[in-house]
Ligand binder design. Structure first.
Ligand code: EPU
Length: 418
């Protein structure tokens, strides 16, 4: 079994270049299915989620070629086929084939999606959206069968501004007859990236990035290209590591507006961050004030950075409070941080973190992707050696994490161990 081993305490100095955003790439690849010709997606991160999505496109008779971080996807001859459980259950984003295949072929059969176990992750809003567009949904032994004779534009109000539901409904609606309006749409930058891709193919989407998205259906989508935006969560993860260990650590290729909620919090508690266009330079501070954070939909503080920042909170002076409002079970890192010496109490998805506590290297487990990232940060600051198991979760979402950290001075490697 592969594990990550870290010997803590090294300063981080040098440059980390941020990759394309996982949560944009995993929607852009299924979105390519809607194109009647071929597309190219640039800056796709080399993560295992990407490979599963490519396998699904190939299963559907698409042709995918890879040239460094570019994917060329030919979807002229797409056929309809059941997406089996062994593929769909490997990641959450397999559900984007619901919207894209429904939009392209009016029919889709796909098994339940997988993804991190971070609470109840319903997809009722996606399904309600498809129904509103005129589709019927049958659930059969863990499989969804979604069918429509003809999708028709309509007005949809989302009870919650769900990222996945907003993208999935947009995918299904681009070729529907007439106009669809999504009210209370999610505003995350990844949604804008997908809408831009579809518009580059000839779709007529306006309002992406606001809470009201309007989609005028078109019949044909032509050849197009798109570049995946920089990963704001990957950037945030390294920025947090820099706040703890950075010595002129440069984080390159960011869009600062996408991570202002994090940067302003860190500056508030005393972290030295200088922003220069698309880069920032960060120096650690060992005298940080405690902070309170509540996760919110964009542009609020992202849920995906709550677990990484919980590690920083263990190094702040006093009690920090971290309230998770998006997921019902996203504190998987806490028992492991406590086993390393942290003092964290959790009640109803709110963590009370008493700092500052010294952390000691330990044997820990990545229960999910961002829990794994938080344990990497904890290992980097801990005294002694930390070994993290179940690292597949981490490699699903962080491109070249080991190399990137080694390059800036971390003592981190992958080992084979039973
Ligand atoms: N929800 C419903 N019904 C729905 C859809 C969502 O109740 O039909 C609830 C979920 O149960 C959850 C909340 O709404 O409690 C948020 O769900 P949302 O749909 O916004 O998230 P998602 O599309 O499942 C994406 C990212 C997540 C990220 C969230 C929020 C992908 C593949 N996943 O998930 O990323 O946390 O948006 O920004 O894009 C991660 O990268 O670690 C990760 C979990």
């Amino acid at each position: 079994m592969q594990k990550i081993q870290i010997k803590g305490g090294n300063e981080l100095t040098g440059t980390i270049k941020i990759s394309g955003a996982k949560n944009a790439a995993v929607a852009l690849i299924p979105a390519a299915i809607l194109c009647d010709e071929e597309t190219s997606i640039f800056n796709v991160p080399e993560i295992t989620d990407r490979d599963v999505l490519i396998d699904i496109i190939k299963l559907l008779n698409g042709n995918v070629t890879r040239e460094n971080s570019t994917l060329h996807i030919d979807t002229k001859e797409i056929i309809n086929k059941v997406i089996p459980e062994e593929l769909s259950s490997k990641l959450r984003a397999s559900y984007y084939f619901m919207g894209s295949l429904l939009g392209r072929q009016n029919h889709v059969e796909v098994y339940f999606p997988g993804g991190c176990n971070i609470g109840n992750r319903k997809i009722d809003l996606h399904l309600k959206g498809f129904e509103a567009l005129g589709a019927t949904i049958t659930e059969e032994n863990d499989k969804y069968i979604i069918h429509s004779e003809e999708l028709k534009g309509t007005k949809i109000y989302l009870d919650f501004a769900s990222v996945g539901a907003t993208i999935n409904i947009m995918l299904a609606a681009v070729k529907a007859k007439g106009t669809t309006v999504i009210n209370n749409a999610a505003k995350e930058p990844e949604i804008v990236n997908v809408a831009t891709f579809l518009n580059n193919m000839g779709a007529k989407i306006t309002g992406a990035g606001t809470s009201k998205i309007k989609i005028e259906g078109v019949k044909y989508l032509h050849k197009a290209i798109i570049e995946v935006i920089p990963d704001r969560i990957e950037a945030g993860t390294y920025i947090i590591a820099g706040a703890l260990l950075g010595n002129h650590l440069k984080i390159e290729n960011i869009i600062k507006e996408h991570i202002m909620s994090l940067i302003s919090k860190l500056q508030e508690i005393g972290v030295d961050i200088k922003i220069e266009k698309n880069d920032l330079i960060i120096n650690h501070n060992s005298n940080l004030k405690a902070l309170n954070i509540t996760t919110l939909v964009y542009p609020g503080f992202p849920t995906d950075l709550a677990q990484p920042i919980s590690v920083l909170m263990t190094q702040c002076n006093g009690i920090s409070v971290l309230e998770e409002t998006i997921y019902s079970n996203r504190m998987g890192q806490v028992p492991y941080l406590n086993s390393m010496g942290a003092d964290i109490k959790v009640s109803n998805q709110t963590a009370y973190i008493k700092g500052k506590t010294k952390l000691y290297g330990s044997e820990v487990k990545a229960s999910d992707l961002r829990a794994g990232a938080s344990l990497v940060i904890a290992g980097l600051i801990a005294d002694g050696r930390t070994t993290i198991s179940e690292i597949d979760h981490i490699l699903r979402g962080y491109e070249h994490i080991i190399e990137k950290l080694q390059n800036v001075g971390a003592d981190i490697k992958i080992i084979e161990e039973k």
